[in-house]
Design a protein around this ligand. Structure first.
Ligand code: MSP
Length: 645
């Protein structure tokens, strides 16, 4: 049996998951489920990236130990993956001992190969990507990171270097001989020209960083977080642990497929550094590094630093998990960027699910139940035109699924649904059923329609693991223990006449678009609203948790409208020992001039977020009167910066 190994990147624990993170994991899950249906031996890994300066700082800002921060976020990931039906076989945390053993083992092998040396390292460092940049790669006078747009800082220290330059030629040869090594092709071209332009050696340790794995035999040096993190793909399989390497032997050292799914922002790490480390260590390389595009919102990459993230909770609650999964798979042309919008989401839900799928099932099942004693009608003697259409669609679906063109696979299934609908409209079985002599023929038409639904729902099993089985059950096509499905049953003609059709409960109730859009959080507050829904604990919080939020008094020194926004004002506030810019969604309630001189209460330790291009360094407190904010102020004026609790 061939083996198939699929991984997601491991997620940083300084942030709660948003749609971008969910996307990679859902896609990996779709791939894993599809290959299980194909009868392959699949192993699906995800996990968390918990070391490094970024995490150390985030924990310090929250006033807790890094491991406490990691534990908190990891439990959120576990909950979310369970809710989203993610079928991973393992979840690795880089703070686990099993992982550290794998990392030490790879470092030792690279060392034995003579690929490390010590040198002074100077450069501009971005903590968000934990990367050094050269002067010319940076943006603006304040030397901002090209990826994050945040200022870099100068670092100068002794580090261990990896002889990456030595691997330029072997890497180019790897790309040449394995056209599937980096996909899609545009990404391969990007990576190739990066390597062709010359590779500098890479510093793979950090001095003075506590939160990480100590570099073997190099006191005072910690292993660079990316060397640490990338190794998760093999440490999770047992690499570096004698006697526990069975999974490693099967899924990494065997001749099966090894796929890393990544976002395009971390392609270089996976398509250049990781294979170079592996080459140096004398280990097999991945078969494919697949880089997908970004989810954008307001034309920018969705990210915490941009303050434009969409959290999944609301969508899952309102539309169901599978609707979110379907949207993610269908809306993004895998490999390109896609824009998230609430309108697109609800349109897709209403048209694809409520209408195309839900209505077709309900129409077919209702007619069959009513006219054929609650069972699947008799199968027609001749396979009609839909049989041929299904064969074409199934071939296209399989090819697209195997070629990572998931949106195309779904397009094909929906085309088949639409052909079935035209066929039903063309034959009008509801009219035929009024004439007893056409009853048999009408039954055949219904059977054909139901058979299309069976094939479409089977094809949807990897994408909609909860509702696709529900559809199959609704048409009497799901036997005991068959929820996993198998690709074999995509062949035409398997639906059994006479199978019981249970009473139908609505699968995808239509949702009123306008009412839904009206109920969404107002502009200016979406990040905060969404944040609230993800972090809101069902239980009480401790006083320590409350004190993690620093509330302080401040006086508004200046206020102005933000161009193109009818809700946001930019406030300059005096916090006693510093002045800050804070963006507030209060333009509809307050004139800017009326705010100057007024005391307010602000959240002083909130991570900065960009709103309509303005960085907000805090949040003004207001009572939320159904979306209309009423500002809070101390009863009598107090010195600016006074702690509020
Ligand atoms: N910890 C590293 C990965 C180490 S893998 C050895 C990391 N973590 S991350 O949490 O910042 O991002 C994880 C993944 O989420 C990346 O693949 C990234 O591209 C993806 N996404 C984060 N925001 C995204 C979008 N807005 N859209 C799509 N995916 C994006 O990087």
């Amino acid at each position: 049996m061939s083996s198939y190994y699929v991984t997601t990147p491991i997620y940083y624990v300084n942030d709660l998951p948003h749609i971008g993170h969910i996307y990679t994991t859902v896609m990996a899950d779709v791939i894993a489920r599809y290959h299980r249906m194909a009868g392959e031996r699949v192993y699906f890994l995800t996990g968390t990236d918990e070391h490094g300066q970024k995490i150390e700082r985030a924990a310090a800002a929250a006033g807790i130990e890094p491991i406490a921060l990691a534990d908190r976020v990891v439990s959120r990931y576990h909950e979310l993956w369970a809710a989203l039906g993610i079928s991973h076989d393992d979840f690795i945390r880089t703070t686990e001992e099993r992982h550290a053993r794998g990392v030490v083992a790879i470092v030792e092998r690279i060392n034995e190969n003579g690929d490390f040396y010590v040198d002074r390292h100077e450069g501009w460092y971005c903590t968000s990507c934990e990367t050094f940049y050269t002067e010319k790669e940076l943006e603006g006078d304040d030397r901002r990171c090209p990826d994050h747009g945040t200022p870099t800082e100068w670092k100068s220290e002794e580090n261990v270097f990896f002889r990456l330059s030595k691997y330029a030629e072997p890497l180019l040869e790897w790309y040449r001989e394995n056209p599937r090594a980096v996909q899609p092709e545009t990404r391969l071209n990007e990576v190739r020209s990066f390597v062709e332009s010359g590779l500098r050696d890479l510093s793979v340790s950090r001095a003075g960083l506590e939160w990480g794995i100590p570099f073997p035999d190099r006191p005072g040096q910690t292993i660079y977080v990316w060397l640490d993190a990338l190794t998760n793909y093999i440490s999770a399989l047992g690499f570096g642990r004698d006697g526990e390497q069975e999974l490693y032997d099967t899924f990494w050292a065997g001749d099966g497929t090894r796929v890393h799914l990544v976002g395009k922002d971390i392609l270089r790490f996976h398509a250049v550094y990781w294979p170079a480390f592996l080459m140096s260590a004398g280990l097999p390389l991945p078969t494919t590094v697949w880089a997908h595009g970004w989810w954008l919102r307001d034309e920018r990459k969705m990210s915490k630093s941009a303050g434009n993230v969409v959290r999944p909770d609301h969508l899952m609650e309102r539309f169901g998990v599978d609707s979110l999964r379907l949207f993610l798979v269908r809306e993004m042309n895998f490999g390109h960027d896609a824009t998230f919008s609430d309108e697109a989401f609800i349109d897709r839900y209403n048209s694809d699910l409520a209408n195309d799928l839900g209505n077709t099932v309900s129409r077919l099942v209702t007619l069959s139940r009513k006219n054929f004693d609650n069972v699947v009608p008799p199968r027609p003697s001749e396979p009609g035109p839909l049989a041929e259409a299904a064969e074409t669609v199934v071939a296209e679906y399989r090819q697209a699924m195997e070629g990572f063109a998931f949106h195309r696979a779904l397009d094909a299934l929906w085309r088949l649904l639409s052909e079935a609908n035209s066929y039903l409209v063309g034959h009008e079985p509801w009219k035929m059923l009024k004439d007893e002599s056409l009853r048999q023929e009408a039954g055949g038409v219904l059977w054909n329609g139901l058979e299309v639904v069976r094939i479409v729902a089977t094809g949807l099993l990897p994408v909609m693991p909860e509702t696709a089985p529900a559809v199959l059950r609704a048409i009497g096509a799901l036997g005991e223990g068959e929820a996993e499905g198998s690709l074999e049953v995509l062949a035409w003609g398997r639906l059994e006449s006479g199978a019981t059709l249970p009473e139908l409960s609505p699968l995808f109730p239509r949702i009123d678009k306008q009412a839904y859009l009206d109920e969404l959080p107002t502009e200016g507050a979406p990040a905060a609203e969404a944040e609230k829904s993800t972090t809101e604990e069902k239980s009480m919080i401790s006083i320590e948790q409350f004190f993690e939020t620093q509330l302080r008094t401040a006086t508004v020194k200046a206020a102005e409208a933000i161009p193109k926004s009818n809700k946001l004002l930019k406030l300059t506030v005096d916090l006693g020992d510093e002045t800050r810019t804070v963006v507030a969604g209060i333009a509809k309630q307050y004139e800017p001039e009326a705010l100057v001189g007024r005391q307010v209460v602000i959240v002083a330790n909130l991570e900065p977020a960009k709103l309509m291009g303005v960085e907000s360094q805090g949040m003004v407190l207001a009572a939320d009167m159904d979306g209309a904010p009423i500002l809070l102020r101390p009863d009598t004026e107090v010195p600016n910066g006074t702690r509020v609790r």
